[in-house]
Design a protein around this ligand. Structure first.
Ligand code: MN
Length: 230
């Protein structure tokens, strides 16, 4: 018995399948590429990366039209590799992480940069800048057993066809196995969890009409279009 209509989880398409991946939680890694830490001129680059979260219903699929969000004048893209968790795990070692990973996708950590900067300056949580409606575009998930070459792969983000971010994935400060292991030391990871693994340099503002595409070696691409504010 529910007093209100129960909310069903958002589904992310799975490449080559008619089934969807039901999203439980969205975790994100902050400051996982040295070149992005340097462009943000924020803190000491020797500090470890860290985690924050977005609400599960912030996820939007490939092809989505994303409304320019409220309360910002500096709406920015961050192209990221996304890891989808497929098995419960807790306190695991990096070498045991593959069995917890369902698959991989291309994602964008959309950010209200002006609000994030206020949070940073005032030593407050990042939620206003990071955890808002439509802030977690995620492309189709490619199951792990069908993905290969990610370790030597690249991520490229373009806006209206102009390349704005390009990185090798092996330049991450914490590798994917380390991210899964460290996150599992803080939370019990469950099937349905997504992890956005951090962005390289090149982040910048986007505006209504812009088309943003993320391509990662071997994975389905992700494209979104920014619409006028609702
Ligand atoms: Mn990010």
């Amino acid at each position: 018995m529910h007093a209100l209509w129960p909310v069903s989880p958002p589904l992310v398409p799975i490449a080559g399948s008619r089934e969807g991946f039901p999203v439980r939680r969205i975790y994100c890694v902050g400051r996982n590429y040295v070149d992005h830490i340097r462009e943000m001129r924020e803190g000491d680059e020797r500090d470890d990366p860290f985690f924050f979260q977005k609400p599960a219903d912030a996820v939007v699929p490939d092809g989505a039209k994303v409304a320019y969000p409220q309360a910002t004048g500096d709406f920015q893209f961050e192209g990221e590799l996304v890891v989808a968790i497929g098995a419960r795990c807790r306190d695991i070692r990096p070498e045991d992480s593959p069995k917890a990973i369902f698959g991989y996708a291309a994602g964008i950590d959309l950010t209200r940069r002006d609000l994030q900067k206020v949070s940073v300056a005032q030593a407050r949580p990042w939620e206003p800048g990071k955890s808002f409606d439509g802030s977690a575009p995620c492309g189709p998930i490619l199951p792990r057993e069908r993905s290969s070459g990610l370790d030597a792969g690249t991520l490229v983000l373009d806006v209206n066809g102009d390349v704005r971010q390009r990185t090798r994935l092996d330049l991450m400060i914490w590798s994917v196995p380390e991210i899964v292991a460290r996150l599992s030391d803080l939370y019990t990871l469950e099937p349905g969890d997504l992890i956005f693994t951090g962005t390289p340099a090149g982040v910048a503002a986007i505006h209504p009409g812009d088309c943003v595409t993320v391509r990662i070696t071997g994975l389905p691409s992700l494209t979104i279009t920014i619409q006028e504010q609702l």
